[in-house]
Design a protein around this ligand. Structure first.
Ligand code: AMP
Ligand code: GLY
Length: 425
């Protein structure tokens, strides 16, 4: 069959790899793709928000299945646009993608259906938000309700910081329209776990667990980023925690969306915090995580096309979703300066060392081919170097070894990805 993948990040490279592994895929296109994806798919220069051009391409090439796992196009209705033209697509319709697109919606959903999450209030004007802050408990968390590239969350240690935060989001509108509504939330502490599930509207199948590292600096310091590295599985996601989440969170969320007339199909990402009072939902995403996907999909045994088909057709209950009994670690190589200003166009060397290296993956995120055909940097997060191992420790050692194969000017990585696993022994 012919498959079109929409996107061009590290997550998409990992999805492309999984699609390529499927015995059912003959031809893989990617719009727009990147320099790494170009090695395994035919990249077409169409933007991810250009639904007219994407649907026209899918119709023209007689694409059997289109796959989308990015928040912006999903929230803007790419699935609806394809379905309106009778084109088969894996992803979430806009009316259900709101679970990520509006934090106010997802918090209200959790409250209404008794799904455990941090206590919160929603505000639509700065004045009432500021007056609420006068008697609030600190630290406190401010969240721009809309999509803000994972950057719209501020953790404020005291009243003065929170006041400044409200002004940034609601008055200076640093995150644009995303800040029209603000969620002010209780500050929680605990380990974070990412739990991703395939969902067909009524049934969910959980993937293996993982953990991201969101801060730029070693020891979880500095600014928030899109994610600097991951490991899978999370040793902190114990059978007890799994049982609790299955009873109180996963099926309840799927059922709640169906009851609201917004049946959820696609990948549902549960961002969990394991607090002393039990697991709590930090956030939902309507897609695979990045860079969680880079450690989850290389461990998946089941054919991804079979699973995606079952999600579309509502037959997920008939799928047995299986993962290898191993581990994976991904170390992100970023451009020096990220998540603030950084330079692009740096030539990357060492990529050929991954050719034929079994158990190693170099997922491209921000790369492109320059006029001379060299792979150069083109984004903040450049590569996700991933290694498998029979244990997390082995995978971590291998990922750092492989990260050393690559060089480009200004390359930056964290040196403590997966450090937390030592605490689990
Ligand atoms: P979110 O986009 O909602 O997942 O928030 C981004 C990050 O901010 C999370 O991964 C947490 O590290 C942190 N965070 C979000 N909400 C809270 C909270 N209520 N308490 C503590 N940390 C939080
Ligand atoms: N790695 C966090 C996310 O994909 O939202």
């Amino acid at each position: 069959m012919k498959v079109l993948l929409v996107g061009g990040g590290g997550r998409e490279h990992a999805i492309a790899q999984a699609l390529k592994k499927s015995s059912r895929v003959d031809t893989l296109y990617c719009a727009p793709g990147n320099a790494g994806i170009a090695a395994i798919a035919e990249c077409v220069p169409i933007g991810t928000m250009d639904f007219d051009a994407l649907t026209a391409f899918a119709a023209d090439k007689e694409i059997d299945l289109t796959v989308v796992s990015m928040d912006d196009p999903l929230c803007a209705g790419i699935v609806d646009a394809f379905e309106a033209k009778g084109l088969r697509i894996f992803g979430t319709r806009a009316n259900a993608a709101i679970i990520e697109g509006s934090k106010a919606f997802s918090k209200d959903l959790m409250k209404k259906y008794g799904i455990p999450t941090a206590a919160y209030e929603v505000f639509t004007d700065a004045e009432s938000a500021l007056s609420y802050l006068e008697t609030a408990k600190y630290p406190i968390v401010l969240k721009a309700s809309g999509l803000a590239l994972g950057k719209g969350v501020l953790i404020c240690m005291d009243h003065a910081e929170a006041e400044a935060g409200i002004r940034e989001i609601m008055v200076d509108r640093k995150f644009g329209e995303a800040g029209d509504k603000v969620v002010i939330e209780e500050f929680m502490t605990g380990r974070e776990v990412s739990a991703l599930a395939f969902v067909d509207g009524k049934t969910y199948k959980l993937m293996t667990s993982s953990q991201d590292h969101k801060r730029i600096g070693d020891g979880d310091t500095g600014l928030n980023t899109g994610g600097m590295g991951t490991f899978s599985p999370s040793p902190f996601y114990t059978p007890e925690i799994d049982a609790y989440c299955r009873e109180h969170i996963y099926q309840k969320t799927v059922d709640a969306m169906a009851a609201e007339g917004r049946p959820f199909k696609g990948v549902l990402y549960f961002g969990l915090m394991l607090t002393a009072d039990g697991p709590r939902v930090l956030e939902y995403n309507t897609r695979f995580g990045d860079p969680e996907t880079q450690v989850v999909l290389p461990r998946m045994k089941t054919d991804i096309v079979d699973v995606m088909d079952a999600c579309i057709d509502g037959t997920l209950d008939q799928i047995e979703l299986e993962f290898e009994d191993n581990a994976a670690v991904c170390v992100v190589l970023a451009s020096g300066g990220y998540p603030q200003a950084y330079e692009k166009g740096k030539v990357i060397s060492g990529l050929e060392k991954f050719d034929g290296a079994e158990g190693f993956y170099c997922f491209h995120a921000g790369t492109k081919l320059d006029e001379e055909g060299r792979v150069v940097t083109s984004g903040g997060r450049v590569l996700g170097v991933t290694a498998l191992g029979s244990t997390l420790q082995e995978a971590r050692a291998a990922a750092y070894e492989a990260a050393g194969w690559i060089s480009f000017e200004g390359a930056y990585m964290r040196h403590d990805i997966g450090k937390a696993i030592d605490a689990a022994r």
